[in-house]
Write a protein that binds this ligand. Structure first.
Ligand code: PNS
Length: 161
């Protein structure tokens, strides 16, 4: 059983995240999507809302058990707790690389069994981010190409408040 963890803020989940989840699910037996309970970042969506929105968005993928949960503290410790030996990250552009490289090395320093695997974003999601969705949604713009269909209404309602 190969377990991977896909961590993030997911404030909110985007179609880019969903693309990474689906592709990772085709590689690993078990995928834990882990939402960081990052109170210091003042997320728009509560951790419970973010977990719920991801659960509603993720389809069943034969051959992979996908679970969605939240975590506090260090990813390296959380991965050990759940028996994950791989971290999955999406890479959009070279600008993501330096930060991700640093995180991957730090995580492996803290947990020697933990490797990070990067999935290149699908080209149509290269520019997409949760902050872009928040910005567009807050001003009443069209987010229909950016977030999973099943959660669009809820995301828009929250952002326009
Ligand atoms: O979606 P994000 O905000 O880019 O995700 C960042 C995340 C949650 C993956 C990263 O901040 C993280 O792993 N935070 C937990 C604390 C930690 O372990 N930091 C890395 C080593 S310093």
């Amino acid at each position: 059983m190969k377990t991977a963890v896909y961590p993030g803020s997911f404030d909110p989940i985007t179609n880019g995240h969903l693309d990474v989840i689906i592709r990772a699910a085709n590689i690993f037996d078990k995928l834990v999507v882990a939402v960081l309970n990052n109170s210091s970042k003042h997320p728009v969506f509560s951790v419970e809302e973010r977990v719920e929105l991801i659960r509603e968005s993720v389809p069943k993928i034969p051959g992979c058990e996908i679970t969605v949960t939240s975590f506090d503290g260090l990813l390296a410790d959380f991965a050990q707790e759940i028996g994950a030996t791989t971290v999955v990250k999406g890479l959009r552009a070279m600008s993501d690389f330096e930060y991700e490289f640093q995180q991957a090395l730090a995580n492996r320093k803290m947990n020697h069994r933990l490797d990070t695997v990067f999935l290149m974003t699908s080209d149509k999601y290269m520019y997409l981010s949760s902050s872009l969705v928040r910005e567009i949604g807050r001003h009443g713009g069209d987010i229909s190409d950016f977030v999973p269909l099943r959660i669009q209404k809820r995301v828009l309602e929250k952002l326009s408040k």
